[in-house]
Structure formats: C-alpha cells, structure tokens
Ligand binder design. Structure first.
Ligand code: FMN
Length: 272
C-alpha cells in the first residue's frame, strides 16, 4: 500500500490517508464459468482481501477488438498505415481510440497486473495478443528511450495464471508439447520491455473436459485446491520469485549479449 499525503490537510494537522494499491485482472477466455474464469474470480477476491482496488479487463465479455488497423483511428490520414506512428501520433494528440485509452489508463494506474488465460496453440489466445498489440501504446507506455531497464512500468509487477490441456511432463523441458516457460517467454518479455517485473508463472496442467469418473473427480479436486490456495499466492505476491532477464548493460552497443553476461533464456543466448 502507498501512503499518500492528504491534499486537504496542507496547512492544518499532518493528516495522512491510505491510498490503496491497484490490481488489474485481465482475462482472455470466452466462458466465465471455465476454470480460467473461476481462477480470475479468485484473483479478484484475493486482491480485494489484500486491500487492493481491483480493475477488470474481461476481453471477450467486453468484446475487445484485438485487430490493430487504420479503421481504429479516426484521424489517420496517411495513405500508408504505420501502426507505430499511428499510435504515437494519436497518443500525442490525445486521440487514441476510446477502448485503447481506457485500457491504457488501467495499466497506468495498476501496481499489479494478473493475466488469466489458457494456452491455445502453444501461446496465449489471439485476443490477448491483440490487447498487447493495441494497448501497449507506442508513445504512450513506451518510447525508444523508455524501455527495458528505463521502461515506464518499472514499479509494476505482472503475474500470468495459465492453464494447459497437456500434462506437466508434456510441458516440461523435454516434453512433447514444448516447455511452457519458453512458450510464455515472448509474453513475459513484452512486459519486461515496458519495465515490468515478471513473476514466475502460476501454471495448472492437464485441464480439459475429456476426463470421466475418477479421473474427472481427481481433476476437479486439483482445480478446487488451486482456487483455495490462490488467496495465499496473492497475499504473498511481493515475495513470489521473479523471472530473470538480462540488464541493459549486459548488451553491447550493437545489442548483442556480452560474452561475460549470463544467459537467462534460450531466446537470448551465446552462440555455440
Ligand atoms: C483452440 C485451442 C487450442 C489449444 N491448444 C493447446 C495447446 O497448444 N497446448 C495445450 O496444452 N492445450 C491446448 N488447448 C487446451 C487448453 O489449454 C485447455 O483446454 C485449457 O487450458 C483448459 O482451461 P479452461 O477450462 O479454463 O478452458 C487448446 C484449446 C483450444 C480451445
């Protein structure tokens, strides 16, 4: 929680007010009664219990438009649509599309973002990718000079709560479905680009509707436990382990990882 000076108390007693911190919960799933939806609800309840003000972006329910295009911009007059320039010009003119402006404002006021989604085709659902494409506004939330270690969102943290249909073994380092940590790396690095600290993801595996009998009962028991335990996860949010990324100083002027810098990911590594 942040402690803020009460502006009304300037010349009288030194009163202070408690300004509650804010969590933005983002959900990318078409069914509120799904496990993903229930888990997001648990994040909302646990965050409120921790004293946070909670904002919600339920992308499918909100019918968020994930397709960045010239049609989104009322005043785009360039014959060639350049998304980065369109975002930058609209941000500077205060003419961002209304849905994007509202989402960006939520990101700005949020101290934490908790993103809930299933893995669909080895990545997040398209609507979540589109939310990033449109709402992480160039010229609004990042510039060439304000990214990575100098990112505007340096004081913020993000957590991914993700489910997979595949088993834990299949999502591990040598698993057939690909290592989940690697599948999530582009999403994590997107937030890192903005300056966020990224918590180690919370992942639940083997979630699908094709079990029967005892296997189905076991799955429901496992999912119920995840929801029960989630209050404690959120209560310990600031103590949860973080993903490691290279610092800006780990790269040379050409943007190459320096030979003496540690590699934290297969995505940025030393040549063999
Ligand atoms: C379009 C689509 C693609 C999917 N692709 C994957 C995948 O690549 N890997 C995987 O483990 N599960 C995949 N699944 C299964 C979902 O991850 C799984 O059903 C979901 O995590 C269950 O959570 P829910 O009940 O909240 O939907 C896919 C499901 C759908 C609908």
């Amino acid at each position: 929680m942040e402690i803020g000076q009460c502006p009304l108390a300037a010349s009288s007693t030194e009163r202070k007010i408690i300004v509650s911190a804010t969590t933005l919960v983002v959900v990318a799933h078409p069914e509120p009664r799904s496990f993903t939806g229930s888990w997001a609800h648990a994040s909302i309840a646990a965050s409120e219990k921790s004293g946070h003000t909670v904002l919600l972006s339920d992308l499918v329910t909100d019918r968020f438009n994930p397709v960045e295009s010239a049609l989104c911009y009322a005043t785009n007059s360039d014959p060639l649509f350049d998304p980065l320039k369109a975002q930058e010009q609209a941000a500077a003119a205060g003419e961002l599309p209304a849905d994007v402006a509202a989402e960006m404002q939520k990101i700005i006021v949020a101290d934490r973002i908790i993103v809930h989604f299933p893995i669909w085709w080895f990545g997040p659902p398209a609507i979540l990718k589109g939310w990033l494409d449109r709402c992480l506004v160039h010229g609004g939330l990042h510039t060439v000079d304000q990214r990575f270690d100098a990112g505007q969102c340096r004081s913020k943290k993000v957590l991914f709560c993700v489910s997979t249909g595949a088993t834990e073994v299949e999502c591990s380092m040598n698993g057939k479905e690909g290592n989940l940590d690697m599948l999530l790396w582009p999403l994590a690095y997107t937030f890192r680009y903005l300056g966020f600290e990224v918590l180690q993801p919370q992942a639940v595996h083997g979630v699908h509707g094709y079990f029967e009998g005892a296997e189905e009962a076991a799955l429901q028991g496992k999912l119920a436990k995840v929801l029960d335990d989630h209050t404690a996860v959120i209560a310990q949010f600031d103590k949860q382990p973080l993903m490691a990324f290279n610092a800006d100083t780990d790269f040379d002027d050409a943007g190459r990882l320096k030979t003496d810098a540690i590699s934290h990911s297969a995505f940025i590594r030393h040549s063999d």
